[in-house]
Each structure stands twice: as structure tokens, then as C-alpha cells.
Ligand binder design. Structure first.
Ligand code: ZN
Length: 100
């Protein structure tokens, strides 16, 4: 119940053209409490997702994607996380930071 704005980042698991392209991982976390959760979400193929890891070398990128806690740490330091899919932000109230 820290009242911080919950942050969200979504990324694709599969390259374009892959049948499961629309299946993405959504990470949601509270920067105040460091609570995070992840879940599978569907993002239409036509929707471009901001790739926060694009500047990283392939191996660094893979390391982060294998370890969600490290990924959240990294993302939390970034100003820009992509689409405002929660306009105005959702303040963290209650136990878990995420609603799937
Ligand atoms: Zn919190």
C-alpha cells in the first residue's frame, strides 16, 4: 500500500510471423515495494511494442530475459517503457502489484 505508480512492460516471446507471435509476457511491478508479477498476455500482431532491451548485446539481453528479477531491476531504471497502456498510472494499493 505504498501508493507508487505501478509500472508495466510487455515483450514478445516469438519473432514476427511465428504462429504464437501475439503471446507476450507482461511484467508489472511496484517501484516502491519491488513486488513484481508476470503473466502471459495477448498483444495483437499489428501493435508495435517498445523494445527497452534493443541497445543491449544479444547475450546480455538473453541473460536478462532468463531472470525476471534482473529484468525488472533494469527496466525500473528506464524512463521510457513504451505504450501508456495504463493512462494516468495505477497506484499500488494492496498486496500484489498486478491484476492479470
Ligand atoms: Zn508498492
Amino acid at each position: 500500500m505504498c501508493g507508487e505508480s505501478v509500472r508495466t512492460y510487455r515483450y514478445r516471446l516469438h519473432p514476427p510471423g511465428f504462429p504464437a507471435f501475439e503471446r507476450c509476457i507482461a511484467l508489472v511491478w511496484c517501484p516502491g515495494c519491488r513486488i513484481y508479477e508476470s503473466g502471459l498476455v495477448r498483444v495483437p500482431a499489428g501493435e508495435a511494442l517498445f523494445d527497452a532491451l534493443a541497445p543491449l548485446a544479444a547475450d546480455a539481453r538473453e541473460r536478462l530475459l532468463r531472470k525476471e528479477a534482473a529484468l525488472v531491476d533494469r527496466l525500473d531504471g528506464l524512463q521510457r517503457l513504451g505504450g501508456p497502456d495504463r493512462p494516468g498510472g495505477t497506484a499500488h494499493r494492496g498486496g500484489a502489484a498486478v491484476r492479470r
